[in-house]
Design a protein around this ligand. Structure first.
Ligand SMILES: Cc1ncc(COP(=O)(O)O)c(C=O)c1O
Length: 486
């Protein structure tokens, strides 16, 4: 039987306390003097009142209801849900990092500025870019920052380029960001290999092309092998190349976006560089650019002068700020710790392991599920549940059934170029035994679909909540509890 969990508001009782303070034994100034009546709240705050153990038990119970990377395998394609070493957390929590104030004078935060400066040097080396900003706080935010710089660049050169080309396999944030930045989005089809259709791309390029947004390897997990020709064609048309670096964990130390011809790249530090993420953050959509775009970077940037590190605000062509201070600085500390711990060889190994794990799992699963693009993949691969759908249970049902086996499902119904898509990214941090047990669970579900599709359609059976009405959850989102409506 599924057990429901009361909200703190429901289990609280008036007058219950989590702390007991000694009685006041100093003479305080009269309340009226401290806070005049006019500034005092008229109604009670309405917060739940509970004892300390009640609060601890509540949150401990809630924490066990989530599936996280720390509790099990999480092959959520495109999201790189790899294990994050705990030492990263320890570093970010050091008082010297956690307790500084962002408004302190540069001389008093030399260590912080040095870390930002050094992290920039490492990421420049890894991406082949010339300058880096840490201000954007998510991948999509990095995309917006990058496109704003591309816009500023074209305007500076007196050009009115208002179209951004996006392949049909792109992550949804790419076209959404381009539209939000004010561009018209032109979709470029994939060819039979699952790669950008070169002829269609060339056809779409023109004097109004501002940029092509691309992720390489793409969202099918396939390396865009024509990338040099693609880059040459976009540049010849006067456009720029934007690299969605969310998939960088597939190629670290092997290929650099800068060498492929990209002008701007965003990195998801919260994926590739082992920072926990999910549930909306906090993240870092760090952006790197080639020299020609550096003047447009958000300000300030960290520079090294004779007297030490300092923040350079004197950047007249900058697009301005895209976030306060240095974005999510704690995330950069975690990424920096990871970079230092892994070193260049370790990062290469991580990419090699990510690719090996994906290919191993792909080979184990392709006899069971249709594999539309049957080629060596990089860090992820996309299966299709089209045959299972014909038997009565599709990708979404299979995803739900996986929960009963203790696994987080793969990404489903994305990329859109694959019907009934199941996008699997095992990541580099999983053992062969874990991959084997996942493959066995998938085989068992496929058997169930053949024999009893209705049971799969009713899954999950063992979780605290069953099937949610996802459409209603989006249309009638209720995130606030009220006594009257309860
Ligand atoms: C390929 C790709 N691009 C962009 C993003 C957007 O990143 P974020 O979720 O940090 O905004 C994602 C996120 O999953 C992604 O997988």
């Amino acid at each position: 039987m599924r057990k429901t969990q009361k909200l703190l508001f429901e289990s609280g009782r008036p007058g219950r306390r989590g702390v007991s303070l000694p009685a006041l034994d100093v003479s305080a100034r009269p309340l009226e003097e401290l806070l005049p009546q006019a500034f005092r709240r008229q109604l009670p705050l309405g917060l739940p009142e509970l004892s300390e153990p009640e609060v601890v038990r509540h949150y401990t119970a809630l924490s066990t209801r989530n599936h996280g990377v720390d509790s099990g395998f999480y092959p959520l394609g495109s999201c790189t849900m790899k294990y994050n070493p705990k030492v990263n957390e320890e570093a970010a929590a050091l008082p010297g990092f956690a307790l500084v104030h962002p408004c302190q004078e540069d001389e008093t935060v030399q260590g912080i500025l040095e870390l930002l400066y050094e992290a920039e040097q490492y990421l420049k080396e890894i991406t082949g870019m010339d300058r880096i900003t840490f201000q954007p706080v998510a991948g999509a935010h990095g995309e917006l920052t990058g496109l704003m710089m591309i816009q500023a660049y074209h305007r500076w050169h007196g050009q009115n380029r208002d179209k951004v080309l996006v392949p049909d396999s792109a992550h949804g944030t790419n076209p959404a960001t381009a539209a939000m930045a004010g561009f018209e989005v032109i979709q470029v089809p994939s060819d039979q290999r699952g790669l950008v259709d070169l002829a269609a791309l060339k056809e779409a390029l023109g004097p109004d092309t501002a940029a092509l947004m691309l992720t390489n390897p793409n969202t099918l997990g396939l390396f865009e092998e024509d990338i040099l020709e693609i880059a040459a064609a976009v540049h010849a048309a006067g456009g720029l190349l934007y690299y969605d670096g969310a998939n960088l964990n597939a190629v670290m130390g092997y290929a650099r976006p800068g060498d492929m011809g990209f002008d701007v790249v965003h990195l998801n530090l919260h994926k590739t560089f082992a920072t926990p993420h999910g549930g909306g953050g906090p993240g870092s959509g760090t952006v790197g650019v080639k020299e020609k775009l550096a003047p447009f970077l958000p300000l300030p940037l960290v520079e090294r002068g004779e007297a030490g590190f300092y923040l350079d605000h004197d950047r007249p062509q900058s697009i301005g700020r895209v976030h306060s201070f240095h974005g999510n600085f704690g995330v950069v500390v975690k990424a920096y710790t990871y970079l230092r711990m892994m070193g260049a060889d370790g990062l290469k190994q991580a990419s090699a392991d990510a690719v090996l794990n994906a290919n191993y799992l792909m080979h184990r699963l392709k006899p069971i599920f249709h594999l539309p693009y049957d080629r060596v993949c990089k860090h992820e691969f996309v299966l299709s549940a089209r045959e299972q759908k014909k038997m009565g249970a599709g990708a979404g049902d299979i995803a739900k059934a996986l929960l009963d086996f203790g696994f987080h499902p793969p990404t489903v119904y994305f990329p859109l170029v694959v019907t009934e898509a199941l996008m699997v990214e095992p990541t580099e941090t999983e053992s062969r035994e874990t991959l084997d047990s996942f493959a066995e669970a998938m085989a068992e579900i496929a058997r169930l679909v053949r024999e009893d599709p209705e049971r799969v359609k009713e899954a999950p059976h063992t979780t605290v909540v069953g099937r949610l009405d996802e459409a209603r959850a989006v249309r009638q989102l209720r995130v606030r509890w009220s006594k009257e409506e309860a």
